[in-house]
Design a protein around this ligand. Sequence first.
Ligand code: ADP
Ligand code: MG
Length: 608
Amino acid sequence: MLAQQEPDASSFPSGGIRNTFEARGYTAWDPSSPAFVVGNTLCVPTIFVSYTGEALDYKAPLLRALNELDKAAVEVCQYFDKNVTKVISTLGWEQEYFLVDTALFQARPDLSLTNRTLMGHTSAKDQQLDDHYFGSIKERVAAFMKDLEIEAHKLGIPLKTRHNEVAPNQFECAPIFEETNLAVDHNQLLMDLIKKIAKRHYFTALLHEKPFAGINGSGKHNNWSMATDTGVNLLAPGKNPKGNLQFLTFLINTIKAVYDHSDALRASIMSAGNQHRLGANEAPPSIISVFIGKKLTEMLDDLEKSVPKGKMTPDEKTELKLNIGKIPEILLDNTDRNRTSPFAFTGNRFEFRAVGSDENCASPMIVLNTAMANQLKEFKKEVDELIENKGLKKDEAIFQVLREYIKYSKKVRFEGNGYSKEWEKEAEKRGLTNIKSAIEAYKAYISDKTIQLFEENEVLSKRELEARFEVRIENYTKKIQIESRVLGDLAINHIIPTAIKYQTSLIENVKGLKDLFGEQEFNHVAGERLEIIKQISKHITSIKQKVNEMIEARKVANKVDDMVEKGKLYEENVKPYLDDVRYCIDKLELIIDDEMWPLPKYRELLFN
Ligand code: ADP
Ligand code: MG
């Protein structure tokens, strides 16, 4: 029974794979991730499939992707070392989060229901001074972190680092990297644990990508590499030319895999929450590019120029070997950090920086590892063909194929500022996609290219991809719908009544002034107050009108059956009202008596 179970899966999102009347789903033990005990409950990591055999979860396709990567990478490693029989994918995530005092959190219905503030004027002081990042960790937070680390270690999660992040009340933790499937499970566990342990300290942890407007949001960097059973990190430079050729092989194949499947990668990390970060000048843009640093850029440029076509003379060979021998063994300190790149090489791994803090790491890891597996198979095929048909030596063939890949995927490499307007223009010229719309981004799940990638590598079938596409769109749509409803309620039931109350007190005051002063003096004394009374009226009217329009937009969208159309209507016609209504509310917050304002303000939520 532990090995296989048949839970009711009727309310589990399946993207149309199951009908409610045939709700059966099956779990099967994943022995590659250790079982663990929480309290007195034995927890068994499982995959979850439908009655008809389709994957409903992230784990099943992840395991398939990792298995494909293993097979493909071992074959390529065999060019360099016959002793390699297994390659694992490694993942070290960095988890960002906010902590908010639970009492204040509970006084914010928007935070409790949507995990983000739908309103709130920026605090006069927030992150301008960078004093949080480099400041010491407050005692109450440090006590929470210590508790979290102890509980994490009990579950086998190797948490290692802790620090303050850029925004006030924002923090980060990161473990020692692990095999990807295990690292994914550990991140899922940790996200749960953060929330539980925070409660003990009367904090509420926010994993939302953008809980507060105007200050940094939260990401989850996915540091990724591959390692052999002989103990070699395939994205770390080698000790000699041969080791470096292996390193360059995996590096260049990664760049090509990312270039070819950048749209699928973006789709895997897009969400209602992460949409606030992508392309919003604080997190990597929605253009997927790769940063490799100056040294490696020079190396690739050089290889592109110096690798001769066809057979090489002994001199040419020596030259090339000498050249790649120049890669310093330790690149870690030689790669400048580019914090604006979504996919950056950081010395011995790539860091996928665009992942959202609330995302399941498996989502991008499925795409990345499948794309890499596919790429390595293609590479092997091309190299073998050159060896067999063109009579090239192994090294010559590898150099040839790598040179073509360097040329082909050059467009995806970008070393400059990813947040700049110039990059958007430049990327457009290069033909790179810059998709900010969530619904448009999700379409990559069902593009011919993605379907072919996943079907050929037997990671996901077309039907499973369509289901995932639907589930993500539905999730997106529902989140916008909930946000829109919550904001409407708050605007009408909290904000407008408060505004009216304050306005009434001003009116009383003005009336009193009129009794006291003659007309000329009255105008002088009350003039400004009359102006405020008018301003309040203006904002109240605007809010009412905008909320009504937003409700109408929802009604129109709700009538549409087609999931994609409906999602688009929510994204294009409902979502903009969230900002419009908020704008007026935030203006009122600046005018209205602080004692009357019904919700904790940013300065209170962020500084405690
Ligand atoms: P930075 O601040 O430079 O991003 P951190 O120390 O915050 O660095 O995070 C680095 C992350 O990279 C850690 O989770 C670490 O375990 C992970 N990491 C290091 N080496 C590898 C590797 N070979 N494969 C995967 N992850 C790795
Ligand atoms: Mg980091």
